[in-house]
Design a protein around this ligand. Structure first.
Ligand SMILES: Cc1ncc(COP(=O)(O)O)c(C=O)c1O
Length: 407
């Protein structure tokens, strides 16, 4: 019986467990000090000014779009090669997701195609750093500035990734100038907000969890309110239009928010995980480099590439089947699963989902994305992988592909 090797998973050690237990023994399971501590640590690590953590990456996306003022009749432009949450969060606000095609090799938005999708209703460009490989943010920002659009990065795959670009062209934006060469994804050097997810398959885990990063105080204030029912307890923010004669208990609900809070239990786990991020990212990058080396010039598939402006954090390692094996994607996938590899096909272009088809999106909309979907298989990569796991993956992958090529 082969050892099951998932496509990704969390690594939790005794320090993480102790951090969680200490919260369980404390006064606050939620709305306590562990939240601010985790938020400061993420802001510090990424280089953004503000961080607001949420109950999931999806909640963080919803909040960011809300904070950006997205509403009925507005459009976002995003990639179809993403998890459905990226565009669903626009639908929550009755806005329209517009899908723009991707690059063949990175599966990130093809910047040259975005401009053709911009119209008077477009409000936000939402690049997704697919698999942890950064989008060319400088050029996305330039497009955003040309048309007065916000840029919100879906970096749910990309905590720990790095981008090399010039200074931000963003207006009214205070920019992190500590490093004008390589910046961490999440620094918001070229965007208005950046979204993270802390699902266990990601770089750090909180069970469920997410975050929005920004430099913008107004957005930050809206994110905080949206996370907690639209309520503010800050005296200076009161409108004065509520009940007169208020006492110390007084708070105001000023907009329709949600309960999207993270618990202190999760935040403590996240903080403890974040202390190990350097090792986690290095481990993923080493595995990817090893795969790239072993798989180079193989006759079955292309391996992920890294552009000179990006350092991927390898949330995924997605291989792309060569032309002669495209028709065999389903049997290859089934055989890899039989070999106890937790492979995935990430992603089905979002607009091909039945819900989106009912909304009127048509197959053929983004041909490069559809072609990518027909070739993609994400094979295991995670920071806790042992050298023997890695060698097993290589052995099983090459064996299955050889067999399927000959069948
Ligand atoms: C690209 C992308 N965006 C958004 C999300 C949503 O994050 P979460 O699962 O934390 O809600 C995910 C999660 O898989 C994702 O991969």
């Amino acid at each position: 019986m082969n050892k099951i090797i998932p496509y990704s998973r969390q690594s939790v050690d005794q320090d993480d467990i102790a951090a969680v237990v200490s919260i369980l023994e404390s006064d606050y399971l939620t709305q306590g000090p562990a939240i601010a501590k985790f938020e400061s640590a993420i802001a510090e690590y990424t280089g953004a000014r503000y961080c607001v953590v949420f109950s999931s990456g999806t909640a963080a996306l919803h909040a960011a779009y809300f904070a950006a003022g997205l509403g009925e009749g507005d459009e976002i432009i995003t990639s179809p090669i993403t998890f459905v949450a990226t565009s669903n969060a626009a639908l929550y606000l009755r806005a329209k997701p517009v899908f723009s095609d991707v690059e063949t090799d990175t599966a990130n938005l093809d910047i040259g195609k975005i401009e053709g999708k911009i119209n008077k209703n477009t409000k936000i460009i939402v690049p997704v750093h697919y698999s942890g490989h950064p989008v060319d943010l400088e050029n996305i920002r330039a497009l955003g500035d040309k048309y007065g659009l916000m840029v919100i990065e879906d970096a749910c795959h990309a905590l720990g990734a790095q981008y090399k670009g010039g200074q931000s062209k963003a207006k009214n934006q205070k920019v992190d100038t500590r490093n004008d060469e390589w910046t961490r994804i999440g620094s918001c050097t070229h965007s208005d907000m950046t979204i993270l997810s802390f699902h266990p398959v990601k770089h750090i885990a909180t069970g469920e969890g997410g975050a929005v990063l920004t430099w913008n105080k107004l957005l930050y204030d809206r994110l905080l309110m949206f996370r907690s029912h639209g309520i503010t307890k800050n005296r200076i923010d009161f409108t004065g239009t509520g009940t007169p004669g208020q006492g110390e208990w007084y708070y105001e609900m000023q907009l329709l928010g949600y309960n999207y809070r993270m618990t202190d239990i999760q935040a403590a786990l996240g903080y403890s995980q974040l202390t190990k991020i350097k090792r986690f990212i290095e481990a993923r990058r080493e595995i990817a480099a090893y795969y790239n080396h072993v798989f180079q010039d193989n006759p079955y598939f292309d391996t992920p590439i890294e552009r000179d402006y990006g350092r991927s954090s390898y949330h995924l390692y997605t291989i792309r089947l060569k032309e002669h094996l495209v028709d065999k994607q389903a049997p290859i996938f089934a055989r890899l699963r039989e070999e106890a590899l937790g492979v995935q096909v990430l992603y089905i272009p979002v607009y091909l989902q039945p819900y989106y088809q009912k909304l009127g999106y048509k197959a053929g909309l983004c041909p490069v994305a559809e072609d990518f979907y027909g070739r993609a298989i994400s094979i295991p990569i995670f920071h806790g992988m042992t050298p023997s796991d890695r060698d097993e993956v290589i052995k099983r992958v090459l064996r299955v592909l050889k067999e399927e090529e000959q069948s």
